[in-house]
Design a protein around this ligand. Structure first.
Ligand code: NAP
Length: 287
């Protein structure tokens, strides 16, 4: 069997097209959608991520306003900047690029963001809305995974889903979206203490890897015909990227698989733009 390769770039382009239309509809009513990006420190990967988010924003007509603080910024300075952006009437969404430099607390900083401007969906208020089955801003990577499955008509309802990884950023949040009413999957979340991981993973109709270990998931973990979503992004010694899934090996048994790069990655940025348009629409409604 040769698996269908799920084209994250194409699905992301569809999400960006939808978003552009929403932003244009706001523009026709005299409202501009604005994303404030906040970057702290000198981490090259974070700079690259923020640049690509600002480029995507420009492509869909979202204005982005960039703020940078040095690596020596205190928690209070980060909080002060976020506080000003919370109050700014022309800012719809705030993207705080994580991780922050060592010594700063990512979660404490995230909790400073006004939940109505939390377009990354990582504030506990927004995570809580998912727990309550009333999502507003869902985290971008998990909601990007859901959108990929939907686009490819891969049934989630009643499916056995196994997610390897329990971070709040990916695994845990995706589990909540998968088991929400309407999605209706049966979900197992595995982690580093899970016993018999390969046997558990083999039960999956949909197997999601969000581990951060290069090519850990081999065909030994995959039931023939399963759909495999690889969230992992791992840099190789030669500077390339590999996922958490051993692609060629698993593509031989899976029915569909996401590549790295070009799978989940582009979806994350697209869903951030979608959330920013949503935030702008909600603010426009309140005005
Ligand atoms: P994380 O916070 O480090 O979480 C990793 C999870 O994997 C943890 O729950 C950990 O278990 C589990 N784990 C580690 N080793 C394991 C093993 N041997 N067997 C089973 N489970 C194991 O990472 P993350 O933020 O969720 O990110 C995961 C991967 O996705 C990374 O490669 C990251 O770069 C990538 N990522 C990609 C995107 C994207 O846009 N595509 C976005 C975010 C993250 P414990 O909880 O027990 O430690």
């Amino acid at each position: 069997m040769k698996a269908t390769v799920i084209d994250g770039k194409a699905v992301a382009a569809a999400v960006l097209d939808e978003t552009r239309e929403r932003v244009e509809a706001l523009g026709a009513r005299g409202k501009e959608a604005t994303l404030a990006t906040v970057l702290v420190g000198e981490d090259p990967a974070s700079h690259t991520y923020v640049r690509s988010k600002r480029n995507r924003a420009a492509e869909v007509g979202i204005r982005s306003v960039h703020h940078e603080l040095g690596a020596d910024a205190t928690q209070g300075r980060v909080a002060g900047l976020i506080g000003r952006l919370n109050e700014a009437p022309d800012v719809d969404g705030i993207l705080l690029q994580l991780p922050l430099p060592p010594g700063l607390d990512d979660q404490a900083a995230t909790m400073e963001i006004d939940p109505s401007k939390d377009v990354d969906g990582l504030h506990p208020a927004n995570l809580g809305m998912i727990v309550l089955d009333r999502p507003v801003f869902a985290p971008c990577t998990p909601s990007g995974c859901m959108r990929l499955l939907d686009y490819y008509d891969i049934p989630v309802r009643g499916a056995e889903v196994v997610i390897v990884g329990r971070s709040f950023l990916v695994g845990r949040s995706l589990a909540l979206l998968m088991m929400a009413r309407g999605a209706d999957a049966t979900v197992t979340v595995a982690h580093s203490r899970t016993k018999g991981l390969a046997e558990a993973a083999k039960r999956a109709d949909i197997l999601v890897a969000a581990v951060g270990r290069p090519e850990m998931i081999t065909s030994e973990y995959v039931r023939p015909g399963a759909v495999v979503i690889d969230v992992g992004i791992n840099r190789t010694e030669s500077g390339g990227l590999v996922g958490d899934v051993k692609f060629e090996d698993v593509a031989g048994v899976a029915s569909a698989i996401t590549p790295v790069p070009g799978g989940v990655g582009p979806m994350t940025v697209a869903m951030l733009m979608r959330n920013t348009a949503l935030a702008a629409e909600r603010r426009a409604q309140q005005a």
